[in-house]
Design a binder for this molecule. Structure first.
Ligand code: ACM
Ligand code: ZN
Length: 725
């Protein structure tokens, strides 16, 4: 994978910098079209697209006019085109836009912006016929775990429109805070929109929703109904439907803190601090009354036909222990809590349908039987989407495998997103048409700032946009060529996209002989420093360099504004332990901890509670089946190949050292994600130290190996040796 490497290298002037790629695009041999003072815009209709066009050259006075044939930008409705479709012709004398609807006209203007030659008033001559492959081209934003103000949301809507995305899924309700003003239930935002503390770091177990107190830090916020109306209008102008998500029955901690009477009636302690206490009582009619009243206000604010009701990750523990829920199950003849969930969703769907709207939910709403008219958003994989489409329901695909932009770029690279095919191969014929689109999801537990949000979304949202728009066969190399110009657009808009680290097959060299790096190891200019903290302007371009022994070198690309992208670390070490005549026994020693940690560093400072052995790096040695806990593996390892790649995947953090050198740092609170490293090592025994902790929620840990001769697989027991010293 070349990543941005190739992009930075090749500004291929033969490739039109269009993302998403239009269905048909032909470069014309005409001279470019040039805007000037005499340019006239003629249109058969006032539209936002025309305002956008005029705003490109505010200094030129362009009058609406008819009956001109030269130096003209003409917008014409064409009833044969779909509402999002457009044709665009640019030659020396004309820009002709035929559009199916307002969105089509806007997309023609967005394409035109990408055809602008630098900062000039000239536009490349082309002929374009274009229409989207899918009608749901979505981007989701969780504003509950971390709150993002109206201006950030509007900025995202602008960026989405430029990439021809048309659904903004606004995740307004979750355990981290209730973000939408509901006039009938003011405590939802007086109490439920605020949590004790600074908001960082996120902790599932320490949410503490409470009314802000003077003198005590409080984190949160919400959108007033006026703000929401304004954002909805702003989006509509840009061809974007806002689909609000009002989560139920789970992920509703703020509701239960503000209105505890809607929680289950159980002896289990109700705790405003933790996300596991987050389910509406399905036995009480007043839960449904409340939901209906909330939805009535939601319907007033959001014209979207589709309303998202969540439905994911419902902890059935509460329902199984609640007499009201048990009574409901009995009276409705429901055999288990899965059927109670289905009852819940179907009852809410009936209400939503009675108001002329329809429901979409995460794929868990299939459990116990899908509501008759509901659409499904498939996230846990493709299975939910396949099952829903096979039973005749519409589906939006958003599997974690490609669409979770809260996952790191190591597991979900721009190239990986680009490779995604939204329609599962298991679907045939008409079932395939039920896949109405897809979307990327941006969960914000670990995204507290706008800069981080930018870097998690861009540039991979360009890949998502193209996957969902374009019907053309995919070509990653061609996409990379087109991406460069679009990165420059992000530079100009002050969007902090992720710029991946230079791709180097080997980051760590364990050898007694020196090794060298040179410009020809890279396809693009790469900048180098031995001092990570040195300012970007002081990093010289790499020409030829000896690897410093027992020290690090850092490499990075630069963004258009001169700022450095992600760093690659290169390190050479001469610290090699020869293989002894007789090898010690296989396995590793494991220190165990049953405390809660938020970082590897904290684990390293703690005293282990126990010590045991393990044959491989996995969770078998965990001291408790509950979370949190931590493990620290130590021993030695011998590698069969001289050049290989290691992968360390974990939820939450982990870190791997060889001979005391950190070779993989996957530390921090995060969802399951992998980091990898290329290593060159002469034969020897290497000290291994691997630290892992789980702060709460899901747990996973894997150490894998890959080389030219060995496909990626778990490191086997036979390579580990216990206590060589
Ligand atoms: C989800 O990611 N829980 C829908
Ligand atoms: Zn209950």
């Amino acid at each position: 994978m070349l990543g941005l490497l190739a992009m930075v290298a090749t500004q291929n002037s033969g490739v039109l910098p269009l993302i998403p790629l239009p269905n048909r695009v032909v470069s014309l041999s005409s001279k470019p079209f040039a805007f000037d003072k005499k340019t006239v815009i003629t249109t058969d209709r006032k539209m936002f697209a025309v305002d956008e066009l005029r705003s490109m050259f505010p200094k030129f006075r362009m009058a609406y006019s008819a009956g001109v044939s030269k130096d003209v930008v003409m917008l014409q409705h064409d009833a044969r085109l779909g509402s999002e479709a457009y044709n665009l012709l640019v030659d020396r004398d004309h820009i002709l836009i035929r559009y199916g609807g307002d969105s089509g006209a806007l997309y023609a203007v967005e394409t035109l912006k990408q055809l602008q030659m630098g900062k000039s008033a000239q536009f490349r001559p082309v002929s374009v016929d274009d229409a989207p492959r899918f009608r749901w081209r979505g981007m989701h934003l969780d504003v509950s775990r971390h709150f993002f103000p109206v201006e950030t949301v509007k900025r995202s809507l602008d960026l989405m429109a430029a990439a021809k995305m048309n659904v903004f899924h606004w995740h307004l309700v979750d355990d981290g805070g209730w973000r939408i003003q509901i006039k009938k239930y003011p405590k939802l935002t007086e109490i439920g929109a605020w949590r004790r503390g600074t908001g960082v770091p996120w902790s599932y177990g320490e949410i503490y929703l409470e009314k802000p107190k003077p003198g005590t830090p409080s984190y949160g916020g919400f959108y007033t109904q006026d703000q929401i109306k304004d954002v909805v209008k702003y989006a509509a102008k840009r061809g974007i439907t806002i689909v609000p998500e009002i989560e139920m029955p789970g992920h509703t901690l703020p509701v239960l803190v503000a209105y505890p009477e809607l929680a289950c009636n159980t002896t289990k302690k109700y705790d405003s601090a933790t996300w596991s206490t987050n389910v509406y009582c399905a036995g009480k009619d007043k839960s449904f009354e409340f939901i209906q009243n909330v939805l009535d206000e939601v319907f007033q604010l959001f014209p979207s036909k589709v309303i998202h009701i969540g439905g994911d990750e419902v902890d059935k523990l509460w329902w199984n222990n609640c007499p009201d829920c048990q009574a409901r199950m009995k009276s409705e003849g429901l055999k288990d809590a899965g059927e109670l969930q289905s009852y819940f969703i179907k009852r809410v769907e009936k209400y939503i349908n009675s108001k002329g709207r329809s429901m979409i939910g995460w794929d868990e709403i299939l459990e116990g039987g899908l509501a008759p008219n509901a659409s499904v958003m498939s996230w846990r994989g493709n299975e939910g989407g396949i099952a829903a489409a096979k039973s005749g329901h519409e589906v939006v695909m958003s599997p974690t495998s490609h669409c979770y932009f809260d996952f790191g770029y190591d597991s979900t690279s721009t190239e990986h997103v680009y490779s995604w095919e939204p329609v599962p191969a298991e679907l045939t014929g008409k079932e395939r048409d039920l896949v109405i689109g897809g979307q990327c999801n941006v969960w914000t537990e670990w995204i507290p700032t706008r800069d981080r949000y930018d870097r998690m979304v861009w540039p991979r949202a360009f890949a998502m946009a193209e996957v969902l728009w374009s019907s053309r066969p995919k070509n990653w190399s061609n996409f990379q060529d087109r991406l460069l110009a679009n990165l420059r657009v992000l530079d100009a808009k002050n969007v902090q996209y992720f710029l991946e680290q230079p791709e180097i097959p080997v980051s760590f060299v364990f050898d007694t002989k020196p090794s060298y790096l040179s410009r020809s190891d890279f396809k693009a200019p790469v900048y180098v420093s031995a001092n990570l903290k040195a300012p970007a302007k002081d990093w010289p371009m790499l020409l030829s360099q000896e690897m410093p022994q027992n020290n690090s070198l850092y490499l990075a690309y630069k963004r258009g504004d001169g700022s450095l992208g992600d760093m690659a670390e290169l390190r050479a070490s001469t610290d090699i332990h020869p293989v002894p005549a007789s090898l010690p026994e296989n396995g590793l020693t494991v220190d165990t901890f049953s405390q809660k940690f938020s970082s590897v560093t904290e684990v390293e400072k703690a005293k282990p509670e126990g010590s045991t052995s393990a044959m491989v790096v996995d969770l078998a040695a965990r001291p408790t089946q509950n979370t949190p806990f931590a493990l620290r593996f130590h021993g030695s390892i011998r590698f069969p190949d001289r050049q290989f790649k290691l992968y360390l995947s974990s939820d939450d953090g982990s870190l791997l050292r060889l001979n005391g050198i950190t070779v993989i740092n996957n530390d921090g609170l995060h969802a399951a994600s992998a980091k990898s490293v290329g290593i060159k090592a002469v034969d020897g025994l290497y000290d291994l130290d691997l630290v892992y902790f789980d702060n709460g929620g899901a747990s996973s840990l894997k150490l894998e190996y890959e080389s030219a001769t060995t496909p990626r697989q778990a490191v086997p027991a036979s390579w580990f040796y216990r206590s060589t010293k």
